[in-house]
Design a protein around this ligand. Sequence first.
Ligand code: GUN
Ligand code: FE
Length: 455
Amino acid sequence: QRDKDADAQSKDDADAQESWLVIRQAWCVCVDAQGIIIHVGPLAEAGEIVNGAQKVIRLEKHQMLCPGFIDTHIHAPQYSYTGTATDKPLMSWLQDYTFPAEKALQDVEKAAEVYERIVARTLRCGTTTAMYFGTLHNASSQVLADTCFRLGQRALVGKVSMDRNGQQGYQEADTKSALQDAENFVRNLKQSQAGKAGMALPVLTPRFIPTCTPELLRGLGDLARQYDCNVQSHISESLDEVEFSAALHPGEGSDAILFDAAGLLRKGAVMAHGVHMSDADFALLKARGAAIAHCPLSNFFFAHGYLPVAKLLKQGVLMGLGTDVAGGYSPSMFNAMRSAVLASKAGAIQARTAHLDGDHIIDYRHAFFLATLGGAQALDIDDKVGKLQVGMQFDALILDADAPGTNIDVFPRDSIEDVFQKLCTLGDDRNVIRVFTPVLLQAYMQKRAKLETET
Ligand code: GUN
Ligand code: FE
């Protein structure tokens, strides 16, 4: 794993790349009953712990243990139409597909069905943590957090706030009640089982500048400070969005400036896209400790541009990776990783005339970093997850490059790095053979114990 301390950043490229991946044979990771990692290192040094272990899982050849994927931007209610609605620019896409689909999930039973499916699906794809947009509705959005907890996924969940430019039946009644609902959502989630278990965090979620009055944004900024909450929104995503923002706020500056004026750019604030942000906007984000959720697949459809990821990584802007379902059609972080690499290639092709290639190209290692530790840093939970290290929670995947019926062929002379690159480039849910969070670990141990008493 790449360790993004100040040191690593000042190293030159080749050097930094060396330090990104640590893949060793005959290593082991030991975890206590609460799902906290208590040893990482050579098997030979773990002696006592391994001897006393309740359960030992030995990895087969071509299997690897890696940190769980962290999806920093995904819309749970939009899962019902994922894979369709790929034919419109952002503003009409929202009106024609998104708002009607989200409005329908006021019905808690319908919400429960969609949420059960997306959480099961993303877990199967290896997403152990997701930062979700819910809908306007408090009760349905709480169902999302409860579903994540029940199925064992770590989640940051937002009830969406929007008090202008929605549509009939899908907009808050007024700003005051919007703020009251947002506050109630935060309080209730913290008090819920999922919140108390530390598996779900509430997120203040102004949809984006065009659907939020300045009063609403300021009120949400105050709540973020008061409750020390994560924030999520969309920022400078596409040309039609940037135009709409500017028409509503002539001469007032960019989305970043408007969010900052409301106190919404802070540590743990995750702003999706940022394709049309200026260098000054990025500097502002960095100064505030806010992060970008890079959503490469949906950017291909909506953004009219690309994010210079390599440049931003060099500048130390916090960044994670997002699937942006359903603007992005795939809920899989494997696909998000690949799309990020492809988007960087597209950026480099376009920038060639400007000789900016070096600012653009990223490879599977950057993508893997963004999908794990980068995401944890963006969400401000890197003290808990994002890498396999003593003291961290055991959010982890067993990947198998040689699982039957997948897209990967492993050859005898493949190095361990080759196998890992093949997983990043060609892997999918069939290569994810086990998913752990502390909740899933407990379920796994109970199942094992039951099986063993039965036999
Ligand atoms: N901007 C405002 N809402 C949305 C949304 O649901 N998806 C995307 N991609 N952009 C948005
Ligand atoms: Fe989005």
